[in-house]
Write a protein that binds this ligand. Structure first.
Ligand code: OFO
Length: 165
């Protein structure tokens, strides 16, 4: 059985994952209207992944005797000055998510809730991968700079970047 405070914290994480999904969906739309099909496809799949992260938390909360809450979400940014700026935002957001997961891990230990602590390890590994992936993408973007041909190849290749689920 989840304690009330852990339930509240997990519900907060549910909201963060749902907002992540919306943020990446908005990025997918921006990339799509800019003609960056590869980047759009990548962002659509990131958005789906974040929804899966949310659902995993929802199931856990409900299975452990809590009540997962589906709440109103903050509106995401829908336009960007450049695709580099968009990926910088993605990276910053993933760092924020990692901090939130780390805080949750800390609270679960404080409360001696070892099931939740164990459950959260999946998210800890996921965040390591997502941050690394975002950094790799940013490195590539910095290499491309303003080169249009480079952007074309980047857009073509980004979908091949393997992303864990
Ligand atoms: Fe990429 O954030 Fe979910 O966990």
């Amino acid at each position: 059985m989840l304690s009330k405070s852990i339930e509240k914290e997990l519900n907060n994480q549910i909201k963060i994952e749902a907002e992540s999904s919306q943020i990446y969906l908005a990025m997918a739309c921006w990339a799509e209207v800019k003609g960056l099909e590869g980047v759009a496809g990548f962002m659509y799949s990131q958005s789906n992944e974040e929804r899966d992260h949310m659902l995993k938390l929802i199931k856990y909360v409900n299975e452990r005797g809590g009540h997962a809450h589906v709440s109103a979400l903050a509106a995401p940014n829908v336009t960007f000055n450049s695709f580099k700026e968009m990926f910088e935002e993605l990276y910053k957001h993933e760092v924020f998510v990692s901090e939130s997961i780390n805080e949750l891990v800390h609270i679960s230990l404080q409360e001696k809730d070892y099931s939740t602590h164990n459950f959260l390890q999946w998210y800890v590994s996921e965040q390591i991968e997502e941050e690394a992936m975002a950094r790799t993408i940013l490195d590539k973007i910095n290499l491309i700079g303003d080169d249009k041909g480079g952007l074309y190849l980047f857009d073509r290749d980004i979908e091949n970047l393997t992303v864990s689920t």
